[in-house]
Design a protein. Structure first.
Length: 452
């Protein structure tokens, strides 16, 4: 039995290895919550004990000088309350948890032991108390932490404690004279059947072993689950939340070359004169400027349902309706543009008021059919958008200088947005049949004015 429990203990450990610290912290938070649950259940149990005791008829004399059960219940209640308060407010260290496991079992076994004094019977009387069944509840409660050592400690403490109670009962009841091998006599008297008591101990150990094996398997699943959840949160920092969700919840293995054709709007923005600035300023100042610029623009894009496709140095390429189908992709794009232009103007004013050089942001957008999917190979994949609107939005960035405009969108994108319910927040100028470098044919554009 001991070797079986030892193998159960070892079974759960190597598979864990050394999870990253963030995974360990996430598991620790789960265990802290479990401790609150364990303490709450134990407090409920002692209240159940108390109610059952006070409602049950008393067979002992009212003149009994000492009734230990109420004292044991009060001690157990006080311990459970203190433990619950500690678990709610602080993280319980390992040594406290170990002491708590031993104290739980000791108090329960003391409660069982006190029955023979309470009811003025020989010690063998308490060996037949059904209260022993609560031992299994206490062992099972320790499984909530998904740690083998506390389940094993609870099981061994209960088994050793019952052996001590059995030995005490034999010694105090007359030694070998109280032992019998007659089961009927055992059930009808205060005689002790050694086999029956060992059956209880073996049952405790077997239940402990089974729970240990279950925890060994469940702990692996817990670590894998927490690792995947943590990875999913990390993915949303490197990808748009929508793409991260697709990666983590994909029904099938994602393969390169798979994609979907969708109608979408593509938004492109970048800092004007950033290349020159990056050569003149210290690297940390350049990075800080980029971080501030992105921190202002990205939340606006996401708040309107946009997804960041990639950061292109000082450029941001965002999509609306590419990752997920949308009936308002162009309207969402134009509303985001309006808000981003306002934010860009506020940023310029703030920098000027702080004595810093203002930074100007240029915005362009186009819409139409695009292909959204995974590209790369099996070792390195990337979700991206491909299509004429993507190329056009990027080329319009350079062309906006020729138009002497901060924000330029295609007429198609603008009219689609109007059809989807977009209401312009500014005066806009249509510039038809424009030559855009790198684009075949003429393009009808809209120069978006400053938001009112």
């Amino acid at each position: 039995m001991i070797s079986f429990l030892k193998s159960a203990y070892l079974l759960g450990e190597p598979i864990e290895g050394h999870p990253p610290e963030r995974v360990q912290l996430a598991i620790q938070r789960q265990q802290d919550q479990s401790e609150v649950l364990i303490a709450s259940v134990q407090l409920l149990l002692v209240l159940v004990f108390a109610v059952l005791y006070f409602l049950s008829p008393k067979t002992f004399s009212q003149d009994t000088m000492f009734a230990p059960v109420p004292y044991a219940l009060f001690a157990y209640f006080s311990f459970s309350v203190c433990r619950l308060i500690w678990a709610i407010n602080w993280r319980l260290p390992g040594w406290v948890l170990s002491i708590s496991v031993i104290a739980d079992m000791s108090l329960l076994l003391f409660l069982i032991w006190s029955f023979h004094i309470q009811y003025q019977q020989p010690p063998s009387f308490y060996l037949k108390a059904p209260t022993l069944l609560y031992v299994f509840i206490f062992i099972a409660l320790r499984a909530l932490r998904f740690e083998l050592r506390y389940v094993l400690l609870a099981g061994f403490t209960a088994a050793i404690g019952w052996l001590i109670l059995m030995s005490y009962a034999i010694y105090e009841s007359g030694g070998m004279n109280v032992i019998t091998d007659d089961y009927v006599l055992y059930t009808m008297s205060h005689k002790i059947l050694i086999g029956a008591e060992f059956d209880k101990v073996i049952s405790i150990l077997i239940v402990t072993a089974i729970l240990a094996l279950v925890i060994a398997r469940a702990r692996r699943l817990l670590i894998n689950s927490v690792s995947q959840a943590t990875a999913a949160r990390d993915l949303s920092r490197f990808f748009s939340p929508e793409i991260a969700d697709q990666i983590t919840h994909s029904e099938n293995w994602i393969k390169p070359g798979t994609g979907q054709i969708r109608s979408a709007a593509i938004l492109h923005c970048d800092l004007q004169g950033f290349t020159k600035l990056s050569m003149e300023k210290p690297a940390n100042e350049v990075i800080e400027l980029l971080a501030e610029y992105q921190a202002r623009m990205v939340p606006i894009i996401q708040s309107h349902g946009g997804a960041i496709d990639k950061f292109l140095g000082d450029g941001i390429l965002a999509t609306f309706g590419a990752v997920e189908n949308s009936d308002s992709f162009a309207a969402d794009c134009m509303q985001a543009l309006d808000e981003m232009m306002l934010e860009a103007g506020n940023w310029e004013k703030e920098r000027i008021s702080e004595g810093l050089s203002p930074q100007y942001i240029r915005f362009t957008a186009a819409s139409g059919q695009i292909l959204f999917g995974a590209v790369g190979d099996e070792s390195r994949l990337e979700y991206t958008v491909i299509g004429e609107p993507v190329n056009l939005a990027a080329k319009l960035d350079k062309h906006a200088k020729d138009e002497k405009a901060q924000t330029v969108v295609t007429l198609e994108c603008f009219e689609t947005a109007l059809a989807q319910g977009y209401k312009p927040a500014q005066q806009n100028e249509i510039r038809a049949a424009r030559h855009v470098g790198g684009v075949t044919g003429l393009v009808d554009l809209v120069v978006v004015g400053d938001p009112a």
